[in-house]
Design a protein around this ligand. Structure first.
Ligand code: MN
Ligand code: MN
Length: 467
């Protein structure tokens, strides 16, 4: 016999807000689905460690599901599945809806660039008979985390004749990897006096790439020459070709389950490929939609969204103008009537560092997709701050579809902060709110998310597109 609930207990259940833990709510079927999704997500991560690879991988998946490249001026009709590739580093996917385009689109925007170590334009040098690459880090990193871990080299080199060499070294089991050295503790007394942020300085992020000399008695820098000789044999490049290259050092390890219960995924680049992946999967799951559904996977978020592949650029706006026109409307009307989920990660409560988050308003792993009304720093500087009306609409949509969700805030007031692409979308005169997956160790080489949250993010974006 169940004990009868007290009046206070009943009132409490009715009146008091309480977050829900996915693990206590999800049924067997949902748990199976979330595990299946995370398996596929892990292989996506392993194949998409850079923005270029994320574009290529996403387009390949979409093409296999009937998406074709959109060219301005092509005829569009409801049910069409199209994509627009912006310079190989950002991409937009769309399914044309059954309803008139004037009603606006349902947009999910995520970013596919992640913090990493870029090579400088003239990177190769030899010092003390070791060959190294000079680097310039990309995005907000804690530099000390990137030493003494295996790194893989990804990117492109444009040769003098205009041909493009694609480089991926360190991903295959038999590939060599690269590494940034750190000082042994025995001799680190002086280094230990530095602040943590200066523990490893930017100009100390030098990557070791070789140590054998070219056999010759005449010349200096024999190790460097040996490396150039190997690169010339393999890729046909000369040192000057580095000047027109985009080469990125990323962690060489693969995505792995974390925990005895395998409830989490550890990987490089959850921020923000976890939202890029779930947004793309949500779109692919839509056979038909009433509102036109659009997914934008943007580059350059981690360096401020500038550049022609970042969301400060006009390419998203141009795309929406083009499809509006093709469907007999105008861009301004369509954009102003559109709604957007800015899909990006938020900080999860870390039990080891609880002091930076305010626990009543922080996101927790396994408590579902995180809806973040505002980001920014200090007095909400730099945020778009979603309206109560739009927040309420999204919250109702999530409840209606049985999605576990929570709210989040990027740290205590004045603790720091950050931003997302939401502000740039809002500037187009669109309603937008941040949704995404809570992450532990964000911006580190090995970030952690909970599988149940990945699943809820997918379900949330899918429900939004099916509205
Ligand atoms: Mn992000
Ligand atoms: Mn980030």
């Amino acid at each position: 016999m169940e004990k009868e609930k007290s009046a206070a207990k009943i009132l409490q259940e009715r009146l008091v807000y309480k977050k829900k833990h996915s693990g206590l709510i999800m049924n067997e079927e949902a748990i199976c689905e979330s595990i299946k999704l995370s398996e596929d997500y892990k292989s996506f991560l392993d194949n998409a460690k850079t923005e270029r690879e994320a574009v290529g991988t996403s387009i390949n998946i979409a093409k296999s599901r009937g998406f074709t490249e959109y060219k301005k001026g092509s005829v569009l009709k409801s049910g069409d599945k199209v994509y627009f590739n912006n310079r190989g580093k950002a991409v937009i996917f769309a399914i044309i809806g059954n309803e008139p385009i004037e009603k606006g689109v349902h947009l999910a925007a995520a970013h596919i660039d992640s913090p990493r170590i870029d090579l400088k334009q003239n990177p190769l040098y030899e010092s003390d008979e070791i060959a190294l690459f000079k680097t310039h880090y990309y995005g907000g990193i804690k530099k000390y985390q990137w030493t003494a871990v295996p790194l893989a080299l990804h990117g492109v080199i444009i040769k003098k004749d205009g041909t493009c060499v694609t480089v991926t070294i360190g991903e295959d089991e038999n590939d060599p990897v690269f590494c940034i050295s750190d000082l042994l503790p025995h001799l680190a007394a002086e280094q230990a006096k530095r602040t943590l942020s200066e523990g490893i300085k930017g100009e100390e992020l030098n990557v070791i790439i070789g140590s054998m000399p070219f056999k010759d008695d005449e010349i200096s820098d024999k190790v460097k020459l040996n490396i150039l000789s190997l690169l010339n044999d393999k890729y046909g490049i000369i040192e000057a070709d580095f000047l027109s290259a985009e080469l990125e050092m990323v962690p060489a390890f693969k995505a792995k389950d974390i925990g005895f219960d395998r409830s989490m995924v550890g990987a490089y680049g959850h921020d923000d490929r976890v939202c890029a992946y779930t947004a793309l999967q949500a779109l692919l799951s839509c056979e038909n939609v009433s509102r036109t559904a659009v997914v934008c996977l943007a580059d350059k978020e981690e360096s401020g969204s500038n550049g022609n592949t970042g969301l400060s650029s006009k390419y998203l706006e141009y795309f929406l103008y083009d499809i509006a026109e093709a469907l007999g409307s105008d861009g301004r009307t369509v954009i102003s009537a559109s709604e957007c989920l800015s899909a990006d990660v938020n900080a999860a409560m870390d039990p080891t560092f609880p002091d930076v988050l305010e626990k009543r308003n922080a996101a927790y792993i396994n408590y579902g997709v995180c809806v973040t009304k505002f980001t920014g720093v200090r007095g909400k500087a730099g945020t778009s701050d979603a309206s109560a009306e739009f927040a309420g609409k999204i919250h109702s949509m999530l409840d209606k579809n049985g999605i576990v969700w929570q709210t989040g805030e990027l740290g205590k007031v004045d603790m720091g902060g950050g931003g997302t692409v939401a502000a740039y979308i809002a500037n187009l005169n669109m309603d937008v709110i941040d949704v995404g997956v809570p992450v532990l160790s964000m911006h580190s080489p090995f970030e952690i998310v909970a599988k149940s949250d990945v699943y809820m993010a997918y379900k949330a974006i899918y429900a939004f597109m099916k509205e």
